[in-house]
Design a protein. Structure first.
Length: 413
């Protein structure tokens, strides 16, 4: 046929519109259209379906098998009861997962992001522990209510040859961190959190006591915001001023001693972790140690400070009767104690015993002490008395005792 007919059976003219054909065109097949063929339902015998119930409960069936089992369970009461029992058993086999995030997750996520897109102004490696520990503590604080902020906390440290303590609250601990972090912030040009408050001495304890006394009311949750802002400002500022050019050598005064900026930031990271544990203990919440890489840096700082503390303690007490102290010239090898730190963040350090300027020497090793990494940090924080520190000891007993007491003397309020 050469044309279509109109409704009166007459052929349309050449100039008029072509009317739609009355007979529809043939449809394309599924194979020609590139569409997937509809899956035929899987037909299985009862015995086969019953044998698939275990795999179905574990979600290990193929989609067709799972659909066949689901259809069968609506028809067979015996299999339906068995399927429920298997599902309950599978739930019992699964270990309950903690809602808390892995403390190393933040580091892994940041490392992955920085590998994809390196920062234009990176945070120095020696400031990363402070950045991580303040972020972990801030995450712990974010859901605290009034009861948690006013929970009692006892700050503990080692004073001379015994323990000392001070009672405060969770908010008081954050105020303490705020004021001592200011010792690092002020030399960097940041405002002093004490403001117009005058401390009798530029030392951590004096600044904290002055801040507490000047408060008309005990510190509350309001202290979190300035502490958080200051910690962020510290990280930003050292990223600009303490990078490859500065190398963190600027001195930071703690009143009776000084630390270079890079060590002061490690010191603040260490104290942030220790006091975060105090807070977590006060509210009965678990808190994990720092990542091994950061923990190793904190232990290394304590090991490097031990010779100076040993010398201070030696000067503070009279010489032993009938004996003389060993003296070693600066840069020369002297009697040494091998400090072996086991577990997370561990390593070995040779501690010179005769002079802070002496060099540790394996040939002149007189004692060996082995301690767990977290246990050593708690000793250095004044949380564990030196006599109770769990340690493997061999060699000169006096040298071992001096080093353990010196480690505890690193602590302060």
């Amino acid at each position: 046929m050469s044309g279509a007919y109109d409704e009166h059976g007459e052929h349309g003219g050449a100039g008029g519109p072509e009317p739609a054909p009355r007979i529809p065109m043939p449809r394309a097949s599924v194979e020609d259209g590139g569409l997937a063929l509809p899956a035929a339902p899987l037909v299985l015998e009862h015995q086969v379906l019953a044998s698939l119930l275990g795999a179905w409960a574990l979600a290990a069936c193929s989609p067709q098998e799972a659909a066949a089992v689901d259809a069968h369970l609506g028809e067979c009461g015996t299999c339906a009861e068995e399927a429920l029992r298997l599902r309950d058993a599978v739930e019992l086999l699964q270990r309950p997962e903690s809602l808390d995030l892995d403390p190393a997750l933040r580091t892994r996520v940041l490392d992955g992001c920085l590998e994809r897109r390196p920062p234009r102004i990176p945070v120095p490696e020696w400031a990363a522990p402070y950045d991580a520990e303040t972020a972990r503590l801030d995450a712990l604080l974010q859901d605290f209510g009034d009861a948690e902020w006013h929970a009692p906390v006892r700050l503990r440290w080692f004073d001379g040859d015994g323990t000392a303590s001070r009672r405060t609250t969770v908010a008081g601990v954050i105020a303490h961190l705020l004021t001592v972090d200011g010792l690092v912030g002020v030399p960097l040009g940041l405002p002093d959190p004490l403001g117009e408050i005058t401390a009798p001495a530029p030392a951590p304890a004096s600044r904290t006591e002055a801040y507490w006394r000047a408060s008309h009311f005990p510190p509350t949750r309001a202290v979190r915001a300035p502490w958080r802002e200051q910690s962020h400002a510290l990280v930003r500022t050292v990223a600009f001023t303490g990078g490859p050019g500065g190398e963190g050598r600027m001195p930071v005064s703690y009143g009776d001693f000084e630390l270079p900026l890079r060590d002061a930031m490690l010191d603040r990271a260490f104290e942030c972790w220790v006091h975060a544990e105090d807070i977590a203990e006060a509210v009965d919440y678990p808190y994990e140690p720092p990542s091994p890489r950061h923990l190793n840096r904190m232990i290394d700082l304590a090991a490097r400070m031990l010779p100076g503390v040993l010398a201070e303690r030696r000067r503070a007490r009279p010489a032993p009767p009938g004996g003389r102290r060993h003296l070693v010239a600066a840069g020369e090898p002297g009697r040494s104690l091998r400090l072996e730190i086991e577990g997370s963040g561990g390593g070995e350090w040779l501690i010179p015993l005769d002079s802070p300027a002496a060099v540790g020497s394996a040939e002149r090793e007189v004692a060996h002490v082995a301690l767990d990494g977290v246990e050593f940090c708690r000793l250095a924080a004044g949380r564990v008395p030196p006599a109770e520190a769990v340690a493997g000891q061999v060699g000169d007993r006096e040298a071992i005792r001096d080093v353990l007491f010196a480690a505890a003397s690193l602590s302060r309020m």
